[in-house]
Design a protein around this ligand. Structure first.
Ligand code: SF4
Ligand code: SF4
Length: 300
């Protein structure tokens, strides 16, 4: 029980859920935040409500399907004006694995103002509590004026210290060989490559990544790895800042001078174990010069 003054209980903050056509993964995790004591939203003085009119915080799941859109907008219009809106999971933010589907009309921000994103597919209960806490800070600041006690998006080390779980991906550009296998296996379309002036840039967007770990599993060099940093809630205004980036620098081909991405030393070590002079020469050549050197095919 949260006590404001002797004999006066603080009114609980009401949470209202809207499912916009989700797979129900996020909704199951939200159920944990009312059914399991350790993760119960009551510890934040929150309660779930079935009434849209009572909503202080609206939790939205799903990618906003074409079929659900009108009903979602009708329901949302019934909620009070001053509520805080939270996008739960990557679906409402980017569509997640449903991005680009003919049946999806999101992202949610096309139709509704969003205050907080909680990435994940689904976000684990700890992440949901962290995101709801962030929404409470925003609500408090709106009602009372002034700054939130903890700036939205701030993360404490202790948030992630003691709970081993799959979280955001980390990228080591020095180990990458630009094979693009990661992009090939990523069902969420979270990875993008761009040719830059000095190298190839990889961008991995946390608001689309579902932490499946496939890119890390298939990466031949270990350039991508899954971290235990699951605490990714952030203000919706920072949606496109939630990225992992790195540039893999070009080097000139030893034969013709064309810019190439040389093979990473770790990859060569894993493949050949001991130094191999032929491979050492080949690794600094572009594909056309390698062809010429190894099978005598002249450059086109
Ligand atoms: S991160 Fe790994 S899989 Fe992706 S392009 Fe680089 S080496 Fe290939
Ligand atoms: S873990 Fe890798 S493959 Fe899986 S969604 Fe994230 S970026 Fe894509």
């Amino acid at each position: 029980m949260h006590i404001q003054a002797e004999g006066t209980a603080i009114k609980p903050v009401r949470l209202f859920r809207i499912n916009t056509g989700s797979c129900n993964g996020c909704d199951v995790e939200l159920a944990v935040t009312s059914a399991v004591t350790e993760f119960d939203v009551e510890q934040l003085n929150c309660r779930y409500t079935e009434s849209a009119h009572e909503a202080d915080i609206v939790l939205v799941t799903g990618p906003l399907t074409v079929r659900a859109r009108e009903e979602v907008l009708r329901l949302y219009a019934e909620t009070p004006r001053e509520k805080v809106t939270v996008a739960v999971g990557v679906c409402p933010v980017s569509g997640g694995v449903f991005r680009g589907s003919y049946a999806v009309d999101g992202p949610l921000e096309r139709y509704l103002p969003v205050d907080v994103n909680i990435p994940g597919c689904p976000p684990r209960p700890q992440a949901l509590l962290a995101g709801i806490r962030e929404a409470l800070e925003i609500r408090h600041a709106r009602h009372e004026g002034g700054e939130p006690k903890r700036a939205p998006g701030d993360r404490k080390q202790s948030d992630t210290d003691n709970f081993p779980a799959r979280g955001r991906l980390s990228f080591d550009a020095g180990a990458c060989v630009d094979c693009r296998m990661c992009r090939h296996v990523c069902a969420a379309g979270a990875i993008r490559f761009e040719e830059g002036e000095n190298g190839v840039r990889l961008t991995l967007w946390h608001n689309s990544c579902v932490f499946c770990g496939l890119c890390s599993y298939y990466c031949p060099t270990g350039a991508l790895s899954v971290t235990g940093d699951w605490r990714l809630d952030h203000p919706a205004a920072h949606t496109f800042r939630q990225v992992e980036r790195g540039e893999v620098p070009y080097a000139p081909c030893a034969g013709c001078g064309e810019p190439i991405i040389p093979a990473a030393p770790q990859l060569l070590h894993d493949a050949f174990r001991r130094p191999n002079p032929d491979i050492e020469r080949l690794k600094s050549l572009c594909p056309a010069c390698r062809q010429q050197m190894s099978i005598g095919v002249p450059r086109r």
